[in-house]
Design a protein around this ligand. Structure first.
Ligand SMILES: *Cc1c(COP(=O)(O)O)cnc(C)c1O
Length: 402
């Protein structure tokens, strides 16, 4: 039997960068009875949700909701817009960008994967000038899409999407701009319409504070037009039937009814607080956590301050230490889950998530677990990150816009 009934006393600290801690209010909303997904109440819920979710993506255009994890929405974005053998330009920011590139190969596309070299390359954001240079060479317009990850969850780098848009425009290139903000949405500033994104991919279990299980494609009119001639096989993911059913608040198949109750509650929470306040809250938490890392005398994975992630922070451990050993100690001794180093960053760093249902003191406790665990692992720290972060939070109250 699985030992899922094992619960230490108190609350587990789920400080991985997704799934994030789910507020009780959302869990309660999800516990309501499942209703008929073809009945009148469902249609009303569907219409309300589809209108509210547009505000989170900052778009006036349709947003598709899938009963799938983020990976499904990645596939949907490509399957709806591309044809077999199409060339796509993808940028290697980290592990998630790499997984998406592998998916493009499996789908029968020809991804061209550019980026800065090696592990050090994973400490920077998307280099828009490299994209511009490559598109300028492509005078025959063979490249059909530029695919970038907004918030690279494996490294804690939030790339400048407006700069990528400008690069595509400066090259005078018609490629679609497809962006993964699975872990950025509702925690990091994201503007689908203003930044001219054609398809935005997102998921439920990160900034939206929901359990895993639903994901999104936000569309542009150009993406919808392109999808009509795109030839990759698609059925479950096909936008056309979903858009048709969504007109009345329904789906062509059974949607994740209870997760949608949760989504409705999450959207109310985010919109009541005000999206700008939510984003400022995450920036402040990230700054507090970085203050702690600096006080410890350790390096942050991201090396460009302009693209520090408000969602998570990667902490690089000294070379002789295995970061996963540190995580293991912290988990076993303090009931705190941290993100592992992925791909090229394996063993070199761990990730602290500061998203979802957090507050200053849950983050102080998280930093406390990190600090104690790192000492137990034999890392000599320069000073107390906990004390530094406490001072930072005390000295910088959150200024609310409304
Ligand atoms: C979590 C994540 C994914 C994968 O989403 P799943 O829900 O695990 O399928 C993809 N990209 C990024 C940037 C992510 O953070």
């Amino acid at each position: 039997m699985l030992k899922l009934d094992f619960h230490p006393s108190g609350r587990h600290f789920l400080q991985i960068p997704g799934p994030s801690p789910v507020p009780d209010r959302i869990l309660r909303a999800m516990s309501l009875p499942t209703i008929d997904h073809r009945g009148p109440e469902f249609g009303a819920l569907g219409l309300e949700l589809l209108a509210k979710i547009q505000k989170i993506f900052k778009t006036k255009h349709p947003v598709i909701i899938y009963p799938a994890s983020g990976t499904g929405a990645w596939e949907a974005a490509l399957a709806n817009t591309m044809s077999p053998g199409d060339r796509v330009l993808m940028f290697e920011t980290g592990h998630f960008a790499t997984l998406w590139q592998k998916m493009a190969v499996r789908l029968g596309l020809e991804p061209e994967f550019i980026g800065l070299p090696g592990y050090e390359g994973w400490r920077h954001g998307v280099q828009a000038d490299m994209i511009e240079a490559r598109l300028k060479e492509d005078s025959g317009h063979d490249i059909k899409a530029v695919c970038v990850v907004h918030n690279e969850t494996s490294t804690g780098v939030t790339s400048n999407i407006a700069a990528v848009r400008r690069a595509i425009d400066a090259a005078g290139h018609p490629a679609l701009l497809i962006v993964d903000t699975i872990s950025g949405l509702a925690s990091a500033d994201f503007r689908h319409d203003e930044w001219g994104v054609d398809v935005t991919v997102s998921g439920s279990q990160k900034g939206l504070m929901l359990p895993p299980g639903i994901s999104f494609n936000a569309l542009s009119p150009k993406a919808i037009e392109v999808s009509k001639a795109a030839k990759l096989p698609k059925s479950f993911w096909a936008w056309d039937e979903i858009l048709e059913a969504n007109q009345n608040g329904y789906w062509p198949y059974t949607p994740s009814t209870n997760l949608l109750y949760g989504l409705n509650e999450a959207l109310d929470m985010l919109l009541d607080e005000g999206l700008e306040n939510v984003l400022a809250r995450h920036q402040r938490w990230a700054a507090g956590v970085r203050t702690a890392v600096e006080a410890w005398g350790l390096e942050i994975q991201c090396q460009e301050p302009e693209v520090y992630s408000p969602v998570l922070t990667g902490v690089v451990v000294p070379e002789e230490i295995d970061a996963d050993e540190v995580r293991k100690i912290i988990y076993e001794r303090f009931d705190l889950s941290l993100g592992t180093g992925l791909g090229k960053a394996k063993g070199k760093m761990f990730r602290i998530g500061h998203l979802g249902d957090c507050n200053d003191l849950t983050l102080i406790a998280t930093l406390g677990g990190c600090e104690a665990g790192m000492k137990l692992a034999g890392i000599s720290l320069k000073g107390s990150g906990v004390a530094a972060a406490l001072d930072y939070f005390a000295a910088n109250p959150l200024n609310r816009a409304v």
